[in-house]
Ligand binder design. Sequence first.
Ligand SMILES: [Zn+2]
Length: 362
Amino acid sequence: MNEIKKKIISTICCLSLCCCGVLADIDSSGKKIQDEELYLGIDIGGTSIKIGLFTSKGNRVEEERRVLTDPNASPEEVVKSITTEAANFKHYQKIKSIGVGMPGDIDSDTGIVRFSPNLLKWKNVHLKDLLETSMSRSVYIDNDANVATLGAFYLDADDKVANLVCITLGTGIGGGLVFNKKLYRGSSGSAGEVGHITIESQGPKCNCGNKGCVEAFIGERYFTKYAQDYLRNNPSKIINELTGESSSPITPKLLFDAAERGDEVAKKMWVYYGEKLGILLADIINFVNPDTIVLCGGFSKSSKYFMPSVHKEVKSRAFRSAVKTCKIVVSQHTSELGTIGAAMLAKEGIANNDKLDRTDSL
Ligand SMILES: [Zn+2]
C-alpha cells in the first residue's frame, strides 16, 4: 500500500468523517466507555477498507479509519495495513475480538477466504490465522451480506425484532437472515441469496446462468440497461440534459437526480424497480414470515420513488396476516452497516455463538 495515499485517506477521515460527535472517552450514545469491552469491525470493500471501533451495543467509540483497497495486494500486505491503521485507535488495548466482512466465497467456520472479487491474488487465504497472529485477538470472518444483516439487526431494527431479512440493493441483490435473533447461514453457508430467486420464468438471463432472477431485473447493470432501452423509445428532455452532449451513461444516481427534477420517465423507471422488488419481498414475506425487512445499499437512496410500488406489490401478493406483522424499513445507516456488523460478528463469535442479545448490556 502506498504510504502517502494511506496518510491522505486517514487525514480525510479525521477531517471529514468525524461528524458523529464522538469524543475520546464517550461512545456515540454519550456513555462513558471506561469499563466497556470493545469490538473492532473491518469492512473490506472494493475501494477502501473501513475500520471501526464499537461497544457491545454497536455504539461507535472513535471515528472510522480507512485504508485504500489495493486489488493486487498480497494477504500479508493487507493484514499489515489493517494492523498498522487499527493500532492508531486510542482505545486499541480494550479490543476484545475482531470481525471482518468482505464479498466473495468465505468459509466462516474456518476463516478461509476462498475467493474475493476485490482482491484478485487471493485464493484460499487463511485470513483468520493471519489477522490473529498479527493482532493477537480472536478474529471472525463472514461475507459482506451476512455482516450487513448483523449491522441492520443492531442499527435499524427495534429491540423486539427476532426474525429479520436484510436485502442489499446495489450492483447485485444480496441478502441475509436473522432467525430467532441468530444469524442463519444455511447448510453450506449460502443462505440469503435472494438476488437469484426467479420472479419471471422467461425473464432476462442472469449472470448466474438462470433466467428471470430478480437481480437480472434490478441489479445495477440490468436496471440501467433496461432504462437505456426504454429511453430509446421514450426520450426525456431532463435526462438528455443530465447526460449532456457527451451522452454519459445512465446511472442510478442520474435517474434519481432526474426524478428529483420531476422527470416522469425517470419516475416510471423507479416504479418498475419497485414492482420487481415488491414481487421479491412478497415471496420472502410468504416464505419466511419475518417481523422486519431492512433494505440497504446504494439504491436505497431512491426509496421514496420506488417504495410506493413495493408496498403495492407486497399488499396484493403476500398473505395479509404476514404483511401486517412485517415492517419494511429503509436503512438510514447503509455506509456503516459493514463495520458495525463486523464488530457485532466479533461479539457474537466471542460469545461462542450464543443468541444475539441486544439487551445484555442495556
Ligand atoms: Zn441469478
